[in-house]
Design a protein around this ligand. Structure first.
Ligand code: TXA
Ligand code: MG
Length: 351
């Protein structure tokens, strides 16, 4: 398949994309979190095409993207007052809400669940695409299953060129990690996937919020409530190890730097291609040819925005071993570490 690639600012780009979505085709598009791989969420065939383009197991449900508050009624059968409060507080924005689904939402879109994931993105191109097409767009992140989510159109082209009808290039995304998913179907709100909106942000609006236990520590006996959280994700091809010093608040110390430099020397001496993940201000501390930086220390949002691009760079240079500093697990740091720990297969060396 030839994939049409256009900038969202090209004259005919959005209208072309709308036509493709309306006729059941697939269009990748920018959102404020990561790029999405969109199809008609109410069309079972489109959802099947999404699973196949991503190489994704079809029991891993899709998020449906909407542009108006009234669209929720078309998808959800029960909307509690608390759920409404939540949506009004954070939409449009990087929040996905799980609600009981209406029968019109195909089982293929929800991976056979009786609930549906709904999100109203704030990215102007995404909002325009939903409004102008009139399609409620089912969209997972636009990466091949298992790879880091795409934060630039170039990442999407790497994974999806030739597999989908169109890629809309709206430049690099702002946030860089996926939306926070909150299950509103039970008595208490539960975070199923941490994201840019933190537990503290949610609690300011909802009162007590829980976190799905299965996503805090890996435990083979616990099954995450968001099916996608059970898969190995975001992983570079090389072996990633996180090195941290639990005796300091920042988790970073001279001992961490020394240990990473020692691991780098070991790799170089054995002819292993090695890379280091650190922050911009600490780059000069490492003796390694391949230093990949993630924003600035202490500035979580800049780290989030760079994380997936950095993991992809590890693949681009063919790194076989990668050593990363750690980040504190507060607030946005909790979401960043959720992704980084998964990418590392939870391989952590405590100094
Ligand atoms: O920021 C985002 O959420 C991005 C952009 C494109 O909007 N989308 C995204 O989609 O990250 P995806 O498919 O990569 O991740 C969706 C997650 C998966 O872990 C999936 O299992 C979970 O949401 N999910 C979807 N529907 C669900 C449901 N009904 N109940 C529980 N989890 C659900
Ligand atoms: Mg994804």
């Amino acid at each position: 398949m030839d994939t049409i690639i256009k900038k969202t600012t090209d004259d005919d780009a959005i209208s072309l994309a709308c036509g493709i979505l309306q006729s059941g085709g697939l269009v990748a598009f920018p959102t404020e979190t990561v790029y999405g791989l969109g199809g008609d969420g109410l069309n079972s065939d489109s959802s099947m095409k999404i699973y196949s383009a991503k190489g994704r197991p079809s029991d891993n449900p899709l998020i449906i993207h909407i542009a108006e508050m009234t669209d929720v009624e078309k998808l959800a059968s029960e909307i509690s007052p608390k759920a409404r409060t939540l949506m009004e507080a954070f939409w449009p924005g990087p929040l996905t809400v799980i609600l009981k689904k209406r029968p019109e939402v195909p089982d293929t879109t929800t991976g056979g669940l009786d609930t549906v994931a709904i999100r109203m993105p704030s990215h102007p191109d995404a909002a325009r695409l939903i409004k102008e097409s009139g399609v409620l767009i089912a969209a997972p992140s636009a990466n091949t299953s298992g790879r880091p989510s795409p934060t630039t159109a170039a990442h999407v082209i790497e994974d999806m060129n030739g597999r989908i009808d169109m890629i809309l290039d709206g430049g690099p995304v702002g946030i860089g990690i996926e939306s926070t998913i909150v299950d509103m179907t039970g008595d208490k709100p539960v975070i199923l996937r941490p994201g840019f909106i933190t537990k503290k942000d949610l609690e300011a609006v909802l009162g007590k919020v829980e976190i799905d236990k299965a996503i805090i520590e890996p435990d083979p006996n616990l099954r995450p409530k968001a099916p996608g959280m059970k898969y190995t994700h975001y992983a570079p091809s090389g072996k990633l190890t996180i090195i941290e010093d639990p005796s300091t608040d920042s988790l970073i110390s001279d001992a961490v730097t020394e240990r990473i430099n020692a691991e780098v020397s070991r790799c170089i001496n054995s002819g292993i291609k090695v890379a280091v993940l650190t922050t911009e201000d600490r780059r000069s501390l490492y003796k390694c040819e391949n230093i990949i930086t993630l924003g600035a220390s202490g500035a979580g949002a800049t780290v989030a925005a760079r994380l997936y691009g950095a993991l992809r760079e590890c693949d681009d240079i063919g790194a076989e071993e990668i050593f990363s500093e750690s980040f504190d697990r507060d607030e946005l740091g909790f979401s960043i570490m959720n992704r980084l720990l998964k990418a590392a297969g939870h391989r952590v060396i405590n100094i």
